[in-house]
Ligand binder design. Sequence first.
Ligand SMILES: [Zn+2]
Length: 233
Amino acid sequence: MILSLDHAGGAIKIDVLTSKRAKRLRLVSGINGVQAIVPPDYRVEELESFVSAKRDWIIKTSRYYIRLKERCGGGHEPGTIYFLGSKYRFHIVRDRQRSAVVSDAMKVITFHVTDRRKYKEEMQEWYKEQTGKIISERLPALAARLNLQYNKVSIKSQRSRWASCSKKGNLNFNLLLAAAPREVIDYVIIHELMHLIEMDHSIRFWQLVKEADPDYKKHKEWLTSYAPVIKIG
Ligand SMILES: [Zn+2]
């Protein structure tokens, strides 16, 4: 079912999704539009009054995501990758040695690869090196500023997480993190460092993150919005 919310700027479509796990009505706004998550036994009138009570929020967030979608092209475009928050076209060139040349002015990255069929693996290696370089600079600096001590650090291919912190204080970072803007990478580092104090996402945890990164909400949103377009290839 789809609800439509009319306002001065046009109509906003709201996808209604039934979930057995939903205990109450909930609205989610994101790059793919607005969704209402409802329990199987919901009443349409209840949903309609809920939507009209949240009208301002729906208009505000969907405008934000429409603008964001325009900026990031509305989905992953083949032949493009993200690096430090910007979109680059990439070219694959066969060569005897592996290297990559980044042209900031042209927004093009040329990957020199030894085997064209394995270019994705070589791009992954390149991302891992870039992320490793940034983490090795920013992590010690931020940990020193926050007076926190971590254990081991690794840069890995992680499907659904940007980073994680273990009970032993080991930090893992997703090798694709170099796709994000520098301030967003800093946020991810701060987030994991704060897990050294608070393991879960409690109110206190978010307060600590906010103290270290007052713009953390914006940075967190960047990751949510861009996650679908950050891919290799
Ligand atoms: Zn966390």
